[in-house]
Design a protein around this ligand. Structure first.
Ligand SMILES: NC(=O)c1ccc[n+]([C@@H]2O[C@H](COP(=O)([O-])OP(=O)(O)OC[C@H]3O[C@@H](n4cnc5c(N)ncnc54)[C@H](OP(=O)(O)O)[C@@H]3O)[C@@H](O)[C@H]2O)c1
Length: 266
């Protein structure tokens, strides 16, 4: 059976960089996203890059349990053997936590945590145990501290780092490699561009182009690293926070985020 890399959120900013790089590596791809039209446009956009590989697309809204079931049926029906899963899809919610509706908060948790874990477990359970299986999960530098005014997002990413790192140790003797990548800022959506600009020099220093993030992440996966933080400034931010209490860090990050959000009229 042909082997495939499955990418979630393939139509997004970082998603496209993973698509480009994996296609360049000659990997067959299963591209997933929430919109059939966007997936079709993605295939058209990369027609040249996809000439030498087999590419399948499937709608997968990670917040929907039935979509998570359907994708597995699709893989079985199409005789697709996934040997690499890239958990790239994520929902970024930013602002005072109490302003979000229950649905908005639960959706972020459903997509970033529950949906991602469910898909990962399903793919692991369906893997060919004779072969190596790789999981790359996109978390964030935001996982390193509690962040007031971005509390839910930071917590979902902290969950992913903790869970994936734990699982990676459990499965390392079973030929399963699990890497979590923590990027800082990436200028993907307009909201992220505005956020990075409002952070001034810190925002600029934390920012890494998506192609570079994808390259660093896939290199770390190849080297079987459990975790990788992109960029020197982001590594510094993670290390410098280590001796301090969570409450102290939360107060500091809270001040930075409040200031940045005030500039954006949140
Ligand atoms: N941008 C940053 O500064 C930054 C920093 C650190 C980490 N990250 C993380 O990097 C990853 C990629 O983000 P990005 O910056 O490239 O943003 P993006 O362009 O908005 O991409 C996010 C992707 O997530 C997908 N997605 C959203 N809700 C979904 C759902 N319910 N089910 C399935 N997929 C869903 C979207 O798919 P559709 O397009 O198909 O709707 C979209 O392609 C995310 O995990 C994000 O948290 C971003």
């Amino acid at each position: 059976m042909k082997k495939y890399t499955l990418i979630t959120g393939a139509c997004g900013g970082l998603g496209k960089s993973f698509v480009k790089l994996c296609a360049k590596n000659g990997e067959n791809l299963v591209l997933t996203g929430t919109s059939e039209t966007k997936l079709k446009n993605l295939v058209d956009e990369f027609a040249e890059e996809f000439k030498e590989i087999d590419v399948k697309t499937a709608v997968l809204d990670l917040s929907k349990p039935e979509d998570r079931k359907n994708i597995m049926k699709f893989l079985v029906d199409e005789k697709i053997e996934v040997n690499r899963l890239i958990n790239n899809a994520g929902v970024i919610i930013e602002g005072d936590t109490m302003r979000f509706s229950e649905d908005e908060i639960l959706n972020a948790i459903e997509v970033n945590c529950k949906g991602t874990v469910d898909l990962t477990m399903k793919c692991l359970n369906n893997r060919n145990k004779e072969e190596k299986f790789e999981v790359l999960t996109v978390a964030s530098v935001a996982s390193s501290y509690p962040i007031p005014h971005m509390a839910v997002y930071a917590a979902t990413k902290a969950f992913l780092v903790s869970m994936m790192t734990g699982l990676s140790i459990e499965l390392e003797k079973e030929n399963v490699v699990i890497t979590t990548v923590c990027p800082g800022g990436m200028a993907t959506t307009q909201a992220m561009k505005d956020s990075i600009a409002s952070m001034g020099l810190g925002g600029k220093l934390s920012c890494t182009p998506t192609d570079k993030v994808a390259k660093i992440a896939l290199k770390a996966l190849k080297r079987k690293k459990k975790n990788v933080v992109t960029g020197g400034f982001n590594k510094f931010l993670v290390v410098i926070g280590k001796p301090f209490s969570k409450a102290f860090l939360a107060r500091s990050t809270g001040r930075i985020w409040k200031k940045s959000q005030a500039k954006r009229n949140f």
